[in-house]
Design a protein. Sequence first.
Length: 107
Amino acid sequence: MVNSRGDDDGELVERVCAAAGVRPDIAHKVDSLELILEFVAAGLGIALVPASVPAREGVNLVPMSTDGPLRRTYAVTRPGRRDRPASALVTQRVAAHAPPRYSRLIR
């Protein structure tokens, strides 16, 4: 299962599977993480989800290796607004929850 709102999830799944020597069969494109978890819980497939997804009944969250796939996420602000208190607070709070291996990417 991959996100239906763009091709990046499908491309990530294809790269991860290719590195493992398998070809994915993407049967479902879903636009909600909650719905993806519901599909997995119902036995309709597997998915890659962000590490921030909380554990829930009916699914098994299996951590990827530390050299697993990397997805960069950016905070987008208007020019000259990056250091405004609200923008700075949001980006600092998000960065504080980044896994240690991503800390080198956060500036």
